[in-house]
Design a protein around this ligand. Structure first.
Ligand code: ADP
Ligand code: MG
Length: 300
């Protein structure tokens, strides 16, 4: 395909050899399949970067954390330099998170660099070598649902141990690769310790996964890992290998199937609604979302 303008600098620098196709475009970014160093990779172009006057100069390298005191002081003082730096910090949030998570052994796309506002990363593929489907695109057997749920919970624990909460974890932001689920789309990842919303965001993330996998293995709807994991985290006892019970787990033998089916129906309707509002671009604000979520917890 014709090279999009934003990818031209990477072509000029020899980081990309060709652009193959564009993947479905979301709210904040466009994702392209490109050929880079002889293999297919994904290039995520952040739309917001267009409006920024600065040129991204920093190239990320393995494990590199960008922290310098001039930058920190400028940000604190909100100087013009600081404002620019803040924009940049936002743009870099996903790249930063990917490097941290890859280092913490969370299954995320391997990042290969952030150049001129473009994130180059591993292309997650399926058995045929095509881009992997999102969880929302697949139908799972109950066994697969249980296995992938367990894997995602493990990754979510490792992520929290690394100090991060995804903040928008859902069946739209998890791809299904040949080796299992892969978490993507992290620009809004929040610092678990330094953000007041981290707890409810974390519980909402886990709850989204519970409800998604619960569609295929309804007994999972009775688990409550979110609260359990957060309690361990808060008390300083959470480790990547922490044993979890999913406490409040209900005895499978006593599950009321009719009630479960109605819960599943509710989840479907809510999801359809959420998709609708998302597409219209009038998603509720963070506070409203928090309140809505708390409300749903009280009802449970
Ligand atoms: N590393 C990747 N490998 C394969 N497909 C990807 C990759 N990153 C993103 N995609 C595809 O592009 C879509 C949009 O990417 P995402 O990071 O979720 O951004 P947004 O939702 O903000 O547009 C995803 O739903 C997925 O289908
Ligand atoms: Mg997404």
């Amino acid at each position: 395909m014709k090279v999009p303008k934003r990818l031209q600098p990477l072509i000029d620098d020899g980081l990309i050899d060709a652009v193959e196709s564009q993947l479905m475009s979301g709210k904040e970014a466009q994702v392209y399949v490109v050929i880079s160093h002889g293999e297919r990779r994904c290039a995520k172009v952040f739309k917001e970067a267009k409006q920024c006057s600065f040129k991204q100069a920093v190239q990320y390298q393995e494990g590199r954390r960008e922290r310098n005191s001039r930058r920190a002081r400028a940000m604190a003082k909100k100087t013009r330099y600081g404002q620019k730096e803040q924009e940049q910090a936002w743009l870099n949030a996903e790249v930063d998170a990917l490097y941290r998570l890859a280092a913490a052994d969370v299954r995320v796309p391997q990042p290969y660099g952030f150049i001129d506002g473009v994130l180059l990363m591993e292309m997650i593929s399926d058995a045929e070598g095509l881009t992997a489907p999102r969880l929302d695109d697949v139908i799972l057997s109950p066994e697969q649902a249980r296995e992938y749920y367990a894997k995602i919970l493990r990754d979510v624990v490792k992520m929290l141990c690394a100090g991060l909460v995804h903040g928008d974890l859902s069946e739209f932001n998890v791809l299904l690769a040949t080796d299992g689920p892969v978490i993507i789309d992290l620009p809004q990842a929040v610092d678990a310790a330094g953000n007041n919303s981290a707890e409810w965001m974390f519980e909402r993330d886990v709850d989204n996964m519970r409800r998604y996998f619960g569609r295929f293995a309804p007994e999972l709807l009775g688990t409550d890992y979110g609260k359990e994991i957060w309690a361990l985290y808060e008390s300083g006892e959470l480790h990547p290998e922490s044993r979890l019970t999913g406490c409040f787990e209900h005895d499978i033998g006593t599950v009321d199937v009719e009630e479960l089916m109605s819960v599943i129906e509710d989840v479907r309707e809510e999801e359809a609604y959420r998709q609708g509002t998302r597409n219209r671009g009038d998603e509720p604000g963070v506070e409203e979302a928090a309140e809505e979520w708390r409300e749903s917890q009280r009802e449970r």
